[in-house]
Design a protein. Structure first.
Length: 135
């Protein structure tokens, strides 16, 4: 990553009172400020799939528009549960809902919305804002 942008220009000056002119090339440098933000994933979507007697949370997301994202962090109840490489845009987890939630899946989805969140991680460890799970 470059820390400077350069451009070249030319100055022209008149030499005394004669018609002769001299030129000089200049190359000024300006520091480029470091990147201090990372865009979060565009969405974080989930669905619950029943497989036999198990309930599986399957999530997908659209990648962060930021460059150099190396991974995504998945949190459950503010605890890191997975670090996913940037090329893999999905995560699954077996859930163990109480009987009441099995019978009222729409309320269970609302409950999970606040429990799961994701953020993007850029090279150097810079992280994005969180995006909460949506169904």
């Amino acid at each position: 990553t470059s820390t400077e942008d350069t451009f070249t220009g030319q100055t022209i000056s008149q030499n005394g009172s004669s018609d002769a002119m001299t030129s000089q090339n200049i190359t000024p440098s300006f520091p480029v400020p470091p990147v201090t933000t990372v865009d979060p994933p565009v969405s974080f979507n989930g669905k619950i799939v029943k497989k036999g007697s198990k309930f599986i949370l399957k999530t997908t997301w659209l990648q962060s528009p930021s460059s150099n994202v190396v991974s995504y962090l998945i949190f459950e109840n503010d605890k890191l549960v997975a670090q996913i490489p940037s090329y893999k845009l999905k995560f699954s987890k077996t859930l163990h809902p109480k009987k009441w939630y099995k019978e009222h899946l729409s309320k269970y989805k609302k409950f999970l919305h606040h429990r799961y969140k994701i953020q993007a991680v850029r090279e150097g460890g810079l992280t994005s804002d969180f995006v909460y799970l949506d169904f």
